[in-house]
Ligand binder design. Sequence first.
Ligand SMILES: Cc1cc2nc3c(=O)[nH]c(=O)nc-3n(C[C@H](O)[C@H](O)[C@H](O)COP(=O)(O)OP(=O)(O)OC[C@H]3O[C@@H](n4cnc5c(N)ncnc54)[C@H](O)[C@@H]3O)c2cc1C
Length: 440
Amino acid sequence: MIINKTFDTAIIGAGVAGSALLYTLARYTDIREVILFEKYEEPALLNSSPRANSQTLHIGDIETNYTLEKARTVKHNAAMIAHYITRFGYEERIGFRRDKMILAVGEEETARLEERYREFSELFPYYRRMEGDELREREPMLMEGREEKVLALGVEGEITTVDFQKLSESFIENALESGKNIQMHYNEEVTEIREADGLFEIVTPNSTYKARSVVANAGAYSLLFAQHLGYGKNLAILPIGGSFFFTTRKLLNSKVYTMQHPKLPFAAVHADPDITADWNTRFGPTAFALPKLERYRQAHIMDLLEAMDIGKDTLEVYYNLLKDSTIRNYIFRNFLDELPYVGKNVFVKDAKKIIPSMTADDLVFADGYGGMRPQIIDKNTHQLQMGEAKLTVGGAIFNMTPSPGASTSLAIAEKDARQICDFLGKRFDEAKHREEIVGE
Ligand SMILES: Cc1cc2nc3c(=O)[nH]c(=O)nc-3n(C[C@H](O)[C@H](O)[C@H](O)COP(=O)(O)OP(=O)(O)OC[C@H]3O[C@@H](n4cnc5c(N)ncnc54)[C@H](O)[C@@H]3O)c2cc1C
């Protein structure tokens, strides 16, 4: 059945990215007719669920793989989430002020962190430089049985922990209160987007809908929609799974991140007090290639094969990754982490960097936790791209948002809302957006 009404914008996916866009369009533009499709019964059941991600607001201060320039951009972008949370009174429900730190272990890492402290202090003046005694007092388990030299840069009093699922729900609630015509279609999977007569047709098993603009915020599926329209043919997805381990009792008060190995593309081991488990300590995520598009649900096999697009160019990227012994060992260890019984005995070696006295008996595999990162491969450059990827063609936008996509979701939404306004000849309310979201 073809629905005769034409929407201004159709959004696909009610994860944090899709719901942030819905909110931004509803509150800061004069776009009136928006339809959102979500294939599951509620928002944010996949990567934006607090069970899928590490619940960290990545702002650039403890992410040692970021350059100063990247940290400056991420700070601006992620601060929008913190500002939204405080501005609308969502503290202790959606966003939490919990301590966090970046920990350097051994001579080489402490020297590197010392240098970073000097370079980044102007951007993050709130850093608290901590060594032995202070760390022992704040986080006794961090120091128990430790022999190597350590240095930490701590952060206090900032919003560091976010329930991105509740955040998504709040975006949708606020959008629905805007008085615009917003239609939420849950349990309705988009199977195809096509172009016809200058409009987009969004096909679902129920009906075909028409929209002047369309944004796919559907994880790896966004790339498939783009490719069916003939865009992004040079890209493929390497699906990287991430799992977690809980400790048998709460061992830490703060989020503790470790220094990034310069060669490794994924976040080094960290420990996070978990919102969903009464702030018990959760370690991870691991990182391993997994032939899936959703961590705990099966994708259609053809979608998976299409997204991975295994051919000469993608295989060359896999080969380049594997020929480096550091990356090879890392991938192999992460694969072992997933094996029953063996896993925690391997993982504990990494976890000991944070808690030296830890044994495998202190760890339990976090069943039902974990997500999938849709990492992008560029087949032209033969590179694995880190961070978000976006394809924009006039009124159609396709977003793939691996970490830290949840932290930067309002910034991604701003960019897309501006693009759609330009395309449709609509207005973006700069002053209201700056006052409520940017906060500068
Ligand atoms: C292990 C792990 C740890 C992470 N930790 C962090 C962290 O600490 N901080 C951080 O900022 N980021 C983190 N991330 C990244 C973050 O989780 C993602 O960037 C973010 O959740 C992506 O949001 P999204 O809305 O794009 O995707 P999703 O949350 O996956 O939402 C996509 C939505 O689209 C829907 N959908 C898909 N296809 C269709 C279709 N055909 N029709 C209708 N609906 C469809 C899905 O059902 C889903 O609801 C982590 C990721 C992983 C995997």
